[in-house]
Each structure stands twice: as C-alpha cells, then as structure tokens.
Write a protein that binds this ligand. Structure first.
Ligand code: TRP
Length: 450
C-alpha cells in the first residue's frame, strides 16, 4: 500500500487510506466500551453534552494542529517537534510533547490491551453459546467469574499484545489500510443491528432520556475533566499518534476535511454504541453506573435472546477486538517510529515497547477487583486517569500553544492552504484562545478552584 518516494518519507496511498487509518485509530474501545460506561458513571445527558462540546471546541482544532505538525515535520513526534522548534526559533524542549506522548501511549496500551483481551475472550464465549438465554444476573456472574481468573486474563492480554506488535513490526502502512477499510463499515453495520434490537426489545425511551436529557446539577468538576479527557482519548489526540499518522499523509489531502470526517465518524459510532447499550440496561433492571463491565454484561443479554445471536455475538466481539487492534497499533507507533529514527531496528523497537505494555497489563490484572470497588483506585484506574485525563489534555494544550503561538502563522496557513479564510481564522482563534482556555478552565474546575 505504501511506497517510498523521492522525498524519502513513507506515505499512505491516498487520502482515504489516511482517513481510514485515523478512523481505525480513533474508533476503538473508547467508543464502544469506555464512552457508554463513563456516561453511565457520570450521570448521562449533561456529561454527553459537555463531551460533545469538548470534541467541537477543543478536539477538532487540536486534531487539525496535530495532523499539521506531523505532515510538516514528516518524522516521528519527538524529532518533528525538535525540528519544527528550530525552524521557528523556539527551544527544543517542545519535544516534551513527543516524549510524554510515548509514555502516555505505553500507559494507555497497558490497560487497553487487557480490556481488548476481554473482548477476545468474549468471542470464544459467544461461539460456545455461553450467552444463550442468559439473564442479567447470569451475565454479571459470567463476567465476574472471568475477571477472577488471572490465567484467562493474561492469555488474552498476551495474545492481543502480540497481534498489535505484529502489525507495528510490519509497518503500519502495509496492509492496515485495507483491513480498516473493510472492517470499520462492518462494525458499524453490526452496531446498527444492535441498535435495532435495542429499539425493539429494550427500554428505548429510558435510554434516550438518560443520554440526552440534560441536568447540569448532576455534573461534577471531575465529570467535566473526564469528558475532556475522553474527547482526547477517543480522537487519539495529545500523544503523537495522530501526529505520526499525519506524517504519512499525502501532500494533496485536505487536513481540515479529513479531520472533520474522522471526528464525525468517531462521534456517531460512540453515540450509536450508547444508544444500543442503555435501553438494555434499563429494560433489564441493571445499573447505568455499572462501571467498566457495562458492555460485557448488557450486550451478552441481547445476543442471548436474539435470533442468530451466536453469529451476531461472535461477529460483534470479533469486530470490537479488531477495532481495538487498529487503535492499539497507534499507541505504539510514535515510540517505535522514534526509536527507528535513532537507528534501532523496527522489530526490536516494537518488541521493546510492546514488552513494556505487556508488563503494565500484568500490573492491571494483578491489581484486580477494581470493578466492585468505587472507593479505592487500582492500577487500571490510575493509568487511565493519569494518561487520559492529565497527560493527553496537557499534550493537547502544548500542541495548541505551539501551533497557535510559536509556529509562524504563514507556515500554518500554507499547511491549510485549501481552507477558506473564514474557517482558517476560526480554527486559528480556537487554537490560540478557545482551546487553551477551555483546557485550563477544565483543569481548574476539576481541582475545585472554580
Ligand atoms: N482512540 C482509541 C479509542 O477510542 C484509543 C487510542 C488509540 C488512543 N490511540 C490513541 C487514545 C492515542 C489516546 C491516544 O479506543
């Protein structure tokens, strides 16, 4: 799919491959697993609204900035930031964006791979017919039993890390584009089938009401921070993943249009997943604030009762695993691209970083029983919290400041040359003012300062 051209960087074969790869990175467990469960924990409608505002005001402008940096620098995030700082007479410490990105990627990979392992295991459970005629209690028990078996968890986590490492070692541009182009639409169709089931059998009104009726009294400072963190997480922003993908983007593709398409696809998929899940939660008397197990408890009930449930269930968890797979490779790619640039062989760089992610996953698994414990935080929650709610927004803040204030305006204008003046100015204002202020306000609010 990719080829080396005269200017010596690898690039995607077309704009569509970039869109599909970026969508592959963006759409993953964040949409189908994490979005519904945090929406449940943080009270529904008001949280969803703040999340959508974060995507529009901060997410899309920062994503454009990140793609633009990558496409201008044409190398891994650390070296890109070093060379762009030099070109703009700034200090090389802006490379911190790349460095913290590599660390955040490893931190996220640690728990991401464990949860993706759950999905892999659920493929097997679906094939075995473990869901047939299951009720809410049994579905909860099935999940609890699974979590209390470290051997199972380690096996599926290990399989997932190996799958991720194989793709990264082969090079992200080879084959990935084709895979996501076929599988992403399939995942979407399956989600629509689930949505149809939810509409027919679930308590659809209660679900809609929960997700879309806004009651700001339910919104805590922490909820706002989580909404912002999730906007970054779900768009794969703030750690160089989108930057490194942008560095492979062809020159003639429009940054604004492609980013817009990716953000819309990502958001629609998250909302559809929520609308498929919550009606089942309410129809089965489950709790919306069930936490990380939400998807793994509700959806088996649906598959266990629908005609063809074994096939749909198997296919669904398989596609969730694939969506997680096309995301997790982008967690490793910035670090691997950086080591490769330093002269480390690609396979070795991959093995090294994937090994670290594997160890992080073991820490998650052994600090188990997080599911029932809302008071104490375990490794899983800490990793997610530090990476998603602190490192990613901070990375995004630095990216916005760099492109808005440090990089020459003419360089940014050139990179977005196909964008009309009005939109360019709006974007530029968001990067210079709205996004940074928004991120800072959310931080202050979550610290109870305002
Ligand atoms: N966006 C992915 C999801 O929603 C997860 C992910 C992939 C990610 N790469 C990332 C998150 C980089 C943050 C940064 O599942």
């Amino acid at each position: 799919m990719s080829k080396r051209n005269k200017t010596s960087y690898t690039h995607w074969s077309s704009r569509w491959t970039f869109i599909m790869a970026a969508t592959g990175s963006a759409v993953g467990l964040g949409n189908i697993w994490k979005f519904p469960y945090i929406t449940g924990e943080y009270g529904g409608g008001a949280f969803v609204l703040v999340y959508l505002a974060c995507i529009a005001i901060v997410g899309i402008p920062v994503m454009m900035a990140e793609v633009l940096l990558g496409r201008t620098g044409r190398t891994d995030p650390i070296h890109t930031m070093i060379s762009l700082s030099r070109q703009n007479d700034a200090k090389a410490w802006w490379a911190i964006i790349g460095v913290s990105g590599v660390l955040a990627g490893l931190l996220i990979l640690s728990f991401y791979s464990v949860v993706a392992g759950w999905a892999l295991d659920y493929v097997v459970k679906a094939i075995n017919g473990s869901f047939s005629n299951i009720d809410a209690g049994q579905a909860g028990q099935l999940f609890a039993d699974f979590l209390s078996d470290p051997t199972q968890l380690i096996i599926s986590h290990t399989v997932f890390i190996i799958l991720t490492a194989i793709v990264v070692a082969l090079g992200v541009t080879a084959g990935l584009g084709t895979a996501v182009r076929l599988l992403m639409p399939l995942l979407f169709i399956l989600l629509l089938i689930l949505l149809g089931y939810s509409l027919a059998e679930g308590d659809f009104n209660a679900g809609l009401n929960f997700m879309f009726s806004v009651d700001f009294s339910k919104l805590s400072g922490e909820a706002v921070l989580v909404a912002l963190g999730h906007a970054f997480f779900t768009l794969s922003l703030g750690m160089g993943a989108i930057m490194v993908y942008g560095s492979y983007m062809p020159e003639n593709a429009s940054v604004a249009k492609t980013v817009f398409i990716v953000a819309i696809l990502d958001t629609v998929i998250a909302l559809v997943a929520g609308m498929a899940i919550f009606p089942l939660v309410f129809a089965n008397g489950l709790e919306a604030a069930k936490g990380p197990g939400l998807m793994f408890v509700t959806l088996p009930i649906a598959f266990g009762h629908m005609p063809g449930g074994i096939i749909f269930g198997t296919l669904f968890f398989l596609l969730v695993s694939v969506a997680a797979w096309s995301s997790s490779i982008s967690l490793l790619e910035p670090g691997v691209a950086w080591l490769e640039k330093l002269g480390v062989k690609r396979w070795l760089a991959t093995a090294l970083l994937a090994g670290l992610g594997w160890l992080g996953g073991l820490a998650c698994i052994y600090s188990n029983n997080w599911l029932d414990d809302k008071e104490g935080r375990y490794a899983f929650e800490w990793m997610d919290h530090i990476a998603s709610n602190i490192m990613l927004p901070l990375g995004g803040l630095l990216i916005a400041i760099f492109v808005g204030w440090i990089m020459r305006r003419s360089a940014a204008r050139r990179a977005l040359s196909d964008t009309a003046n009005f939109w360019f100015n709006l974007w530029y204002a968001s990067l210079r003012v709205f996004s940074p202020i928004g991120i800072i306000l959310v931080f202050l609010h979550s610290l109870d300062v305002i």
